[in-house]
Design a protein around this ligand. Structure first.
Ligand SMILES: Cc1cc2nc3c(=O)[nH]c(=O)nc-3n(C[C@H](O)[C@H](O)[C@H](O)COP(=O)(O)OP(=O)(O)OC[C@H]3O[C@@H](n4cnc5c(N)ncnc54)[C@H](O)[C@@H]3O)c2cc1C
Length: 387
């Protein structure tokens, strides 16, 4: 058993941390509140190779794995810049294309992931299906060599920043049976695709959208893997990277909040000589949150290590557990940090209450805590399915 990062991973962590701190949480919040995007940070991270760490070297990437990408997600979040687009673009979309795309799709898309110039977002959730993906109603119909896609998607992050949406549809002939998913690379400016921005109570430069697909015409080569049989394995390929990187973002956010709070409580004095951090009523909740964050971090490390070793099934169990643990730990850490900061905790200046919405959403998305508990109950504890 080895809990150490390699020297290269250590260097990556230090370098990403330095980059994140140069921008910091006030940059993130300023972009969110002015309706802007974290383009400068994204572009710089891309130029430095951090966004393509998991892309194979033959396509211009760093040739690393999910461990490296999780480091990037965690360290940017620990600097106050939790970028959801890291989860959808390099983690989900690049993995799906790398593992299940055709060679032509790899050549076309992976170099853009490698340098960050390409952003691909991910659309699976639908208003009438929610957590039950078997009810997906976005249908892909053949029309000659082309495909026509129709349906609706909701809560899709980052569409306004992306060139493509990786859309999960179902084929028409399977519409009444079990889900036979088919994944398509849909340009965000395609005719027939419209969107409306959702108002979310989350301080984030990344927005969520409703998408309407009205007979969107796509050429045959937009189908990921070039065959309908590629759909299910391609969809599953995205799940572990999604859970592990979103967990890493949660843990980074938790670390950030605890650091902000402990810097404050170690120096704030309102009862004579001692800092408020000397009071166990203040310090213990922070220590408890730190324990939860560190435990989640260990599980992320295990999940990413198993994934990079090609042990997908075990990585699936650990990735789900890591996502659950990180979601809970991040929400606890931010809430505890707000409390420890008192009134300052609710100000924009101290930069913790700005994360309340995001960490709350982290217990719902991209997979809810209840659906993870269902997964663990069924697949680890052998319990019957209730739904
Ligand atoms: C900030 C944010 C960003 C998002 N970004 C994206 C994105 O980029 N792409 C995308 O495709 N989706 C995205 N989503 C959607 C997200 O993945 C879904 O919200 C999530 O999967 C839950 O689906 P739902 O909202 O339809 O909830 P529902 O399925 O309606 O569930 C509602 C509640 O019931 C619970 N529940 C449902 N079924 C069961 C059951 N069988 N047992 C126990 N409890 C159950 C759920 O856990 C939840 O608490 C995003 C959501 C948010 C909030």
């Amino acid at each position: 058993m080895n809990f150490d990062l390699t020297p290269e991973q250590d260097q990556l962590r230090d370098a990403v941390r330095a980059l994140g701190r140069r921008y910091g949480h006030s940059y993130f919040v300023e972009k969110a509140k002015s309706g802007g995007h974290t383009t400068e940070l994204w572009d710089e991270a891309g130029r430095l190779g951090y966004l393509g760490v998991n892309v194979p070297t033959e396509y211009g990437g760093g040739g690393g794995g999910l461990t490296e990408l999780a480091i990037v997600c965690e360290e940017l979040a620990a600097a106050g810049c939790p970028l959801l687009l890291l989860v959808v673009s390099p983690a989900i979309a690049a993995t799906v294309i790398n593992r299940h795309g055709t060679e032509e799709q790899r050549k076309r898309f992976l170099p853009g992931f490698a340098d960050g110039s390409l952003k691909v977002v991910f659309a699976i959730t639908e208003p009438d299906a929610g957590s039950n993906f078997h009810r997906l109603g976005t249908v892909a119909r053949r029309d000659g060599d082309d495909w026509l896609l129709s349906g609706r998607k909701c809560y899709i992050s980052g569409v306004d920043e992306a060139q493509y949406v990786l859309v999960v549809a179902r084929t028409e002939d399977a519409a009444s049976g079990k889900l036979k998913p088919a994944l398509f690379l849909l340009p965000t400016d395609a005719a027939g695709l419209t969107r409306s921005k959702l108002d979310m109570e989350i301080v984030s430069p990344e927005n969520q959208f409703l998408l309407y697909l009205d007979d969107v015409r796509l050429p045959a080569d937009a189908l990921v893997g070039g065959s309908l049989d590629a759909g299910l394995p391609a969809l599953f390929a995205g799940l572990n990277p999604e859970r592990i990187t979103v967990a890493a973002m949660g843990v980074g956010t938790g670390r950030y909040a605890i650091e902000r709070a402990t810097d404050y409580t170690a120096t704030r004095r309102v009862w004579g000589g001692r800092s408020i951090g000397a009071h166990q009523g203040v310090a213990h909740p922070l220590a408890h949150a730190a324990v939860q964050v560190e435990l989640a971090r260990l599980m992320i490390h295990k999940a990413a290590t198993l994934y990079d070793a090609g042990r997908d099934l075990e990585a699936g169990v650990c990735g789900n557990m890591a996502k659950y643990a990180a979601g809970e730990a991040a929400a606890l850490a931010v809430d505890t940090a707000v409390q420890a900061l008192g009134g300052a905790g609710m100000t924009t200046e101290y930069g913790v209450a700005t994360l309340l919405g995001a960490v709350r959403a982290g217990r719902i998305a991209p997979v809810s805590r209840e659906m993870i508990l269902n997964f663990v109950a069924q697949h680890v504890l052998g319990q019957e399915k209730s739904y």
